[in-house]
Design a protein around this ligand. Structure first.
Ligand code: ATR
Length: 294
């Protein structure tokens, strides 16, 4: 998009308006990240935290038009419910069943999901440029797993094995998307063979997240030496899964890149310009440092 096109997105108030709706929202890193991005891009604008309770979501979404916001991110607990209030939902987001980014085109609100594509962009850029033909194991079958598996499927992997505590959820997901890829579902106790032959192991569950930092979502002995191991968790930045995998010679990838890149894609939808990913990462890390000092 040319910069004069970008100018046309800035309302008469002179400021591009963006934000994030969630409940709770106070600890979101999105405002710090996007505000830094707007600054680095030289775009006059504000990205604000919006505390929206579930009962108010409909009104809040309608207010996007009335207030002239160019777009918003939506986060927990609104990612599914929000789809009811939009004019259009992107095909991928529909299949995933969740929206995290809303774009306002002159009053027409369209929903996208940038979580999965943000994750895959970060995995490819940071650690594994080619996913085609790889045997990928995904731990978890919830909302985050759906976004990630959907984006992984677009890369033509050799196989995707979904492993979940509740086996039926993994099996149902494999059946739902069985026509899109070689995909199978397993309960935790049935997963040893798939995990032992994985090229890439991805944790989408909350096992190992602060404060349960000593938990690991899979038996250590099953993790093959030298594969790629990735964890969506970014608090802590290095989970126990990643540290034991690194000790086994694995290449490891943490969750920070996904967070940054889901924001980068959202900003690219809103502005049509490449997002300043390094500035965004620096802002998030600085925000973490400030929190630790506080
Ligand atoms: P998200 O949007 O983060 O994916 P979610 O939709 O609630 O959140 O899904 C959480 C996932 O983590 C699920 O796959 C869940 O397993 P179940 O389907 O069996 O509930 C998994 N999960 C959460 N806590 C877990 C635990 N202690 N052990 C194993 N899996 C866990």
């Amino acid at each position: 998009m040319e910069s004069n096109q970008l100018k046309s997105l800035v309302p008469a108030s002179g400021s591009l308006l963006l934000g994030v709706m969630g409940d709770p929202i106070a600890h979101s890193k999105s405002p710090a990240m996007h505000q830094a991005a707007l600054g680095a891009m030289g775009v006059p604008g504000h990205y604000v935290p919006l505390h929206v309770k579930p009962d108010n979501l409909k009104d809040a979404i309608q207010a996007i038009r009335a207030l002239g916001f160019r777009g918003v991110n939506v986060t927990i607990p609104h990612k599914v419910e929000v789809m009811t209030y939009l004019d259009a939902v992107d095909e991928g987001a529909k299949r995933i069943g969740a929206v995290n980014t809303v774009v306002n085109d002159n009053g027409l609100l369209t929903g996208y999901n940038t979580d999965g594509i943000g994750y895959v962009r970060s995995l490819k850029e940071e650690i594994l440029p080619e996913l085609a033909g790889k045997h990928i194991v995904v731990l978890g079958a919830g909302g985050a797993a759906r976004g990630i598996i959907h984006a992984l499927i677009q890369e033509g992997p050799g196989s995707v094995s979904v492993v979940n505590r509740t086996a039926s959820k993994a099996k149902e997901l494999a059946e739902e998307w069985g026509n899109l890829a070689q995909i199978r579902g397993f309960g935790e106790s049935e997963a040893e063979t798939a995990i032992r032959s994985a090229d890439v192991l991805i944790n989408t569950t909350s096992v190992g997240m602060h404060p349960n930092v000593n938990q690991v979502p899979v038996p250590e002995a099953w993790i093959p030496e030298g594969i790629v191991v990735s964890d969506l968790i970014y608090n802590p930045l290095t989970t126990k899964l990643l540290s034991i995998s690194a000790a086994k010679g694995c290449s490891v990838h943490g969750g920070l890149g996904m967070f940054i890149n889901q924001g980068a894609y959202a900003l690219e939808y809103w502005t049509g310009q490449p997002a300043p990913v390094e500035d965004m990462k620096a802002a998030v890390l600085e925000s973490f440092r400030r929190e630790t000092r506080a």
